[in-house]
Design a protein around this ligand. Sequence first.
Ligand SMILES: *Cc1c(COP(=O)(O)O)cnc(C)c1O
Length: 344
Amino acid sequence: MKAKTLVIYVKYHFECCSCGKKYYNQKFMYLCSECEQTNTNDSPPKGVLKTLYEYKKLSSDFLLFEKNNYLDLLPIENKASFPKLKIGQTPLYQYNEFNHEKLKFSLYLKDDSQNPTFSFKDRAYSFVSAYAKENNIKTIVTASTGNAGSSLAGICASQNQKAIIYVPKSAPKAKLIQIKMYGAELRTVDGTYDKAFDLSIEASNKNGWFNRNTAYNPFTIEGKKVVSFEIFSQLDYKIPDNIFVPVGDGVIISGVFKGFYYYYSRHTISKMPNIIAVQSENSRNIIANINKSTFVSEKSCTIADSISVDIPRNFYLCKNYIKKYQTDFLTVSDKYIIEASFFK
Ligand SMILES: *Cc1c(COP(=O)(O)O)cnc(C)c1O
């Protein structure tokens, strides 16, 4: 019998951020299958995939904004696949003074703690969950130091999906309680976040679960890029000069770059904003390695547990963006992080 070739049309394709290999007609994959072979446990993974769309076929940007509908720019087919929770569309607050002094520039805060599980992560997981729903996958697994797990647990609870969360023993108790209360299955790992990461991949390969580990699943970046579309429309279609982004694994910041690059590539904006990577002095594995030829990990230990990362999972893509657009980066002390938490 003659074999039939089935060609599925998908509106996006994948491109490896390390070797540049393109993958067409592939509905989903995790890392570039070639680069993945050479990855080791003690350095950031190569082969993180970028999701690229047929932008030329799109209607005008402003039409997309008016409808507040970015589905053409996302790997999701149907709006109804998203959770019913209110995710994204968070407020952008303007401040004219800081520490009782009048500012000479405009300062805005994008408050993503107003997402349903209180973090930016909900943006990514609502996507992963919607994709799983469209593809009949009932169980989603992730490794987490806290926020990612509580976010996935909350989103899955609202979508009738099962969440399994691998956490290192050291994860903050409050986050573990939040995960449990959303009804997710918690698997505590005797070891670091990196060990939890590997175990979760093993388990998802073995059981056919969907794995949403940050950077490993390319759609986490897709969910995060939407924040740039929101900021741009909230600023009446002006680009900010500087955007400060807290950086751990480097996925949020890559999403912000990707979102603005979309406008830049379509000539809607004439330059990229200066998207500034901010890390803690005590966890600076992206910044410390940007200009090094071989990656060297420093042990991280910061009060800001969500950005405490020894091996940044999205190091290469994040570094590519920072280098390409020559944007700034800076570290801040833990003392300053604590003081800033009391900002009024
Ligand atoms: C996860 C997280 C970050 C860092 O995001 P990365 O994609 O890992 O760089 C920053 N802030 C908060 C509150 C987070 O939960």
